[in-house]
Design a protein around this ligand. Structure first.
Ligand code: UDX
Length: 437
């Protein structure tokens, strides 16, 4: 199959590289000149484990190229994927569909051979019908069909998620287009990956419902953690106790500082807006959004309380600022709320993170950066783990205790057993650890 992938952002690049690894011929079309130059030079603009080697191999084998020429790329393509961004619109939280509709218009203007236009970007229900209308209005002559193919990959394990998905969802109503999509995903049939074919609207809703459900699961366990803290329960055991029920499942029940990232915050807000717009309010998701937003500031309060109620003039070591491990992504990271609030309360922050780079430095002005956890801890009045990077999972706790000025250890991801922390001479504060801190 010949595939054009429009947009070499997270989803577009990972999907394009993986499709080429399936054996398809893929051209990724990217308008951003800097990014295009990087990609053409074989560099990966994002941090994603395994992506670089896969990309290098498929470029070398001639199946993967990068271009800014959409017209030539689309010529003879069996499928044209739209994988451009759909950020939250400022002010109202609606998904901003400008890039999707602009791309549809461009496809309509430049399409010369019959193809299937597949939306991979996360788009609210109704968008694919509009894409269909826009292309038809620009280009009544060329045959095309529209399909929706939402992506469920997680940052940090994107390659694995793409290559071994739980399911592939395809919203498609044209039988020939369905055949093309089945052909594209045929390599996954060896693993017996379920391919669910639905209508356009259903596929669009599946994507939002999946993300909103997962965000709800996290928010639910976070509130249960609060209850554990007040009553003497242990949220990790509660999560295990409910998660062993196969109807609930144990995944996405890790209590923490609230969800962040490029998807959950944006998609839950967009679903709320879509529900309101269509007279079908999504009240559970509305509450999830509000509870998650409040949680980040609640973490600041927790840290201040662990520091004896006042952080003025105190130095706090912070381990991990990205929204989760194995990514350099700072979007909606809890650290972006917690650190400025601590500084506003008079604290000095020394942070460290294995991947957060220039963007983090720019987003967190006033923060000092240390090369590792021990350098950050030296002389600090407290240590806080915000992101559970592997490198923070095996700390030499007695050494940390020796470096800190006062032994305050706050673990917002519950990565350390309470007794291990206490045995090292540290005062432990975790999440939902009612009996212990
Ligand atoms: C998510 C979805 O998992 C993925 O299917 C979708 O395509 C995009 O959004 P991602 O944002 O990369 O992926 O990360 P994920 O691992 O799902 O974590 C999202 C957030 O939830 C992070 O802030 C993480 O720390 C938090 N989280 C996750 C918890 O707090 N507890 C959990 O148990 C799981």
């Amino acid at each position: 199959m010949k595939i054009t992938m429009i947009g070499a952002g997270y989803v577009g690049l990972v999907s394009g590289v993986c499709f080429s690894d399936f054996g398809h011929e893929v051209i990724c079309v990217e308008k951003d000149r800097n990014k295009l130059a990087q990609l053409q030079a074989g560099e990966v603009p994002i941090y994603e484990p395994g992506l670089k080697s896969l990309m290098t191999r498929n470029i070398a084998e001639g199946r993967l190229t990068f271009s800014d020429d959409l017209e030539t790329a689309m010529d003879g393509s069996d499928a044209v994927f739209i994988a451009v961004g759909t950020p939250s619109r400022r002010g109202d939280g609606f998904a901003d569909l400008t890039y999707v509709y602009d791309t549809a218009r461009e496809i309509g203007q430049k399409l010369k051979t019959p193809t299937v236009v597949v939306t991979k970007s996360t788009v609210p229900v109704g968008t694919n019908r509009e894409v269909q209308r826009i292309i038809a209005a620009c280009n009544p002559a060329t045959e095309f069909a529209v399909a929706s193919n939402p992506e469920f990959l997680r940052e940090g394990s994107a390659i694995e998620d793409f290559m071994r998905p739980n399911r592939v969802v395809v919203g498609v109503e044209d039988p020939q287009a369905e055949t093309v999509l089945r052909q594209i995903y045929r390599p996954l049939s060896l693993r017996e990956t379920p391919l669910l074919v639905t209508g356009l609207e259903t596929a669009e809703i599946i994507k939002y419902a999946a993300n909103a459900f997962l965000a709800t699961k996290i928010t639910f366990i976070n509130e249960i953690a609060d209850l554990c803290e007040k009553t003497g329960g242990d949220v990790q055991q509660v999560a295990k106790g409910i998660g062993l029920d196969a109807r609930i499942g144990g995944k996405f029940l890790h209590a923490g500082p609230g969800y962040g990232g490029s998807c959950f915050p944006k998609d839950t807000q967009a679903l709320v807006q879509t529900g309101q717009q269509h007279g079908a309010p999504q009240r559970i998701v509305e509450t999830v959004v509000a509870v998650n937003a409040a949680r980040k500031s609640a973490m600041t309060e927790k840290i201040i309380a662990a520091c004896g109620g006042d952080v003025a003039g105190k130095r706090i070591a912070v381990l991990g600022v990205t929204f989760k491990p194995n990514t350099d992504d700072m979007r909606d990271a809890p650290s972006l709320v917690i650190l400025p609030e601590l500084m506003a309360a008079g604290a000095e922050i020394t942070a460290t993170d294995p991947e957060a780079g220039a963007e983090a430095v720019q987003l967190l002005p006033g923060v000092d950066w240390a090369k590792d956890a021990y350098a950050a801890a030296e002389g600090a009045d407290a240590l806080v783990i915000i992101t559970e990077w592997n490198t923070f999972r095996g700390l030499d706790l007695p050494r940390i205790a020796g470096l800190l000025k006062s032994p305050v250890f706050i673990d917002l991801r519950n990565i350390y057993p309470v007794d291990e922390v206490q045995d090292a001479g540290l005062i432990h504060t975790g999440i939902g650890k009612g009996g212990a801190g």
